[in-house]
Design a protein around this ligand. Structure first.
Ligand code: TXA
Ligand code: MG
Length: 344
């Protein structure tokens, strides 16, 4: 299959690309679309055949449910319910963070096939702020299931060319909306009533941070409750993984290089005094945020640089830790998952 990458820089190109995408979606097909987090592989969320196609193309196991994109709260209420006991906080969260990189887990309505949610009674819903995605969503007029446009367990794509290297030849259309502004997948949040304050369970760390969420309720990161079922990809150990083995260091002293191996360094700031640059003769060094180290910049560049290192033919990628706060904890969550694949 020939994959077209459609530009959207000029209005004329944009409306042509939107038209092509909508035609494919209406016909039950799938297309790759930009969001502010990562690119998504979209299909009609109400059409089980389109949804099955997404799973098949991603080589994704059917037990891992998809995220559904809506334009706003009204469209959300066509596909999910906002239970009365959490309505106040859910509406506050929607007003604060939508459109934006926050996915909410809510009870699903019958219009969403069980295939989307892997049989769960809940659905993950988000409303992206990306203008191209919003144009497609409103022209299509219905909810779109759109997980990240990578093959299962691999690095999420943050540009049209990254989508092409994941799914090129398998899908008809990639709508190019430029590099993703956030660069990390949306924060996934489950909301429970709680005893004093609403309980906000972060199932996947992302661009909306615990620090930002804590004014809305009591934030729990990850599944503290050991009996709790693993629900989000955060909990699937080997996720976001490059093909090249990845090792995450806690400090420079952790690393004992083996003679003759080709190592690449994923550095936070690229500064000598951090102690990583001269550990070995690195084959490649990729720096997340050169100089003073800024977490938003590191987040934007994270998957892009990881993909570059992965394509460099190295024996191993060695990652420096980044500060474990705000977006840094979202990056560290992904580095830990990527590293855990190596030790399987
Ligand atoms: O930023 C994002 O969220 C991107 C863009 C494209 O929207 N999408 C994305 O989708 O990261 P995906 O499929 O790669 O990750 C979505 C994850 C699933 O792996 C799943 O574990 C979790 O969301 N999820 C979906 N429905 C859920 C549910 N009902 N309960 C708990 N977790 C759910
Ligand atoms: Mg994904």
């Amino acid at each position: 299959m020939n994959t077209t990458i459609a530009a959207t820089d000029q209005e004329q190109e944009l409306s042509r690309a939107v038209g092509q995408a909508v035609d494919l979606l209406v016909g039950g097909g799938v297309v790759a679309l930009p969001t502010e987090t990562v690119y998504g592989l979209a299909g009609d969320a109400r059409n089980p055949e389109a949804v099955a196609r997404i799973f098949e193309l991603k080589e994704r196991p059917y037990f891992d449910p998809l995220i559904v994109h809506v334009t706003d709260r009204d469209q959300l209420e066509e596909i999910a319910e906002i239970p009365a006991e959490i309505e106040g906080v859910v509406v506050e969260l929607i007003e604060a963070f939508w459109p934006g990189p926050l996915s909410l887990i809510l009870p699903k309505c019958a219009v969403i096939p069980d295939l989307v949610t892997s049989g769960k009674p809940t659905v993950a819903v988000r409303s992206s702020a990306h203008p191209v995605l919003r144009r497609v969503l409103s022209a299509f007029g219905g909810p779109l299931a759109a997980p990240s446009a990578n093959r299962f367990g691999r690095i999420s794509p943050t540009s049209a060319s990254a989508v092409a290297s994941e799914l090129g030849g398998r899908i008809p259309l990639i709508v190019d909306g430029g590099a993703c502004r956030c660069g990390l997948e949306s924060t996934i949040l489950a909301v429970e009533p709680g005893s004093r304050k609403p309980l906000l369970r972060v199932l996947r760390r992302g661009p909306v941070t615990a620090e930002e969420l804590k004014v809305f309720g009591e934030v729990h990161q990850g599944t503290a409750d050991p009996g709790h079922q693993p629900l989000a990809p955060g909990q699937l150990e080997s996720h976001y993984a490059p093909g090249t083995p990845l090792r995450l260091l806690s400090e420079p002293g952790d690393f004992a290089p083996v003679e003759g191996r080709r190592y690449g360094l994923l550095s936070y700031r690229g500064r000598n005094k951090d102690g990583y640059l001269d550990l070995v003769e690195w084959d490649r060094v990729a720096v997340l945020s050169p100089g003073s180290g800024k977490l938003p910049e590191a987040a934007v560049r994270f998957f892009f640089l990881l993909r570059q290192l992965d394509e460099a033919g190295l024996d191993e990628i060695v990652a420096e830790p980044v500060p474990e706060r705000g977006l840094g904890s979202a990056i560290m969550e992904r580095l830990r998952r990527a590293a855990s694949k190596t030790s399987e």
